[in-house]
Design a protein around this ligand. Structure first.
Ligand code: BTN
Length: 329
């Protein structure tokens, strides 16, 4: 028996031509008023459809939602730890990191993942907010690593590296890690990482690695105040990628580098991170009193930045360090 299509389904079908279609033609095709068409278009826009409209031209469907299928992602993974705990998909949430921290405190299994369709209160570093773009990747992993707390910086390093590797090796973009927690393409931010942890008596209870990465977002969908400083995979590659596939790649790399970390193979992590970051030999200025300036000569085995000043003195900067640091060529 053939299923009768809803008006919404008919509107989507009629819009799905990659061409402009006038409100008048839609109204005639579907036998509903132009006001009803406008209402449907508006509600589709709230469901991640990017539909442009212009006087005399009508409507153009530019992007459709990119549904997340956690079973598909799960099946495609061959990971050892990450993805081996619980999986939670939230259509709409304030922040996956917040959700993950609540569950971390409840002792959720190691390697659990929380993915979001939409985040309304994405958390960024230093109390900033993170704009979760339409059709982006937003997720958090909960881990219970048995490592000394002085190695916590390495978790940010493995997360930025996993995103950089995905963008470089899988998508083919010239992605670079920007210290400490960004991934950039052509100097524009494409991804941000926020690692949050709970310690008791100096030992790690749990860690949340939160990753946000802009995938199928058009520049026009970014807020104007940041639209020139951020970018997406779509903008940089002119291609749409299924988020399910991008999730698989990032999670697989994360699991690989996390396993290296647990097996004391920090040297390999640092080597790959240095290659993905272009940071060595750059000039760092630390806004301390007195101001310190020097060349970035290394990242040590704890993921700490080593800056060597002109007198040969070494200064160490950790990721969680609140000292302001400027990095230039
Ligand atoms: C930054 O650039 O300052 C870090 C941004 C981190 C954003 C991700 S999106 C998934 C996870 N949930 C959050 O609330 N934040 C992180």
């Amino acid at each position: 028996m053939q299923k009768i299509k809803t008006t919404k389904e008919q509107v989507i079908e009629s819009l799905n031509t990659k061409e402009w279609i006038s409100g008048e033609s839609l109204s005639q095709q579907l036998g509903i008023s132009r006001a009803a068409i406008a209402k449907h278009v508006n509600s589709l826009r709230h469901e991640d459809y990017l539909i442009e409209s212009a006087p005399r031209r009508g409507y153009l469907l530019k992007l459709s939602p990119d549904p997340i299928d956690i079973n598909l992602i799960k099946k495609s993974l061959k990971t050892k730890i990450i993805g081996k705990g619980e999986w939670l998909y939230l259509d709409n949430t304030s922040s996956t990191n917040q959700e993950a921290m609540i569950r971390g405190a409840q002792n959720i299994a190691d390697g659990s993942l929380i993915l979001a369709g939409v985040q309304t209160g994405g958390r960024g570093r230093k109390g900033k907010t993170w704009f979760s773009a339409p059709r982006s990747v937003s997720f958090s992993a909960v881990l219970h690593p048995n490592i000394p707390s002085k190695k916590l910086s390495l978790l940010t390093l493995i997360a930025t590296l996993s995103v950089q590797k995905t963008l470089k090796e899988f998508v083919g973009l010239d992605a670079k890690i920007k210290w400490p927690n960004d991934v950039l393409i052509n100097q524009k931010k494409l991804a941000g990482i926020l690692v949050e942890a709970s310690l008791s008596a100096g030992e790690i209870d749990w860690v949340v690695i939160g990753i946000g990465c802009n995938i199928n977002t058009e520049r026009s969908e970014f807020p104007p105040e940041i639209s020139q400083s951020i970018t997406s995979v779509l903008e940089e590659s002119a291609k749409n990628y299924s988020r399910n596939v991008i999730y698989k790649e990032i999670i697989s790399y994360l699991d690989h580098y996390y396993s290296l970390l647990l097996n004391n193979q920090e040297a390999q992590i640092i080597e790959d991170w240095k290659q993905g970051s272009d940071i060595i030999n750059k000039i760092a200025t630390i806004q301390s009193n007195p101001k310190v300036s020097g060349s970035i000569t290394d990242i040590n085995e704890d993921g700490v930045l080593v800056i060597t000043d002109t007198s040969g003195n070494k200064h160490l900067i950790e990721i969680g360090d609140h000292t302001k640091i400027q990095i230039s060529d």
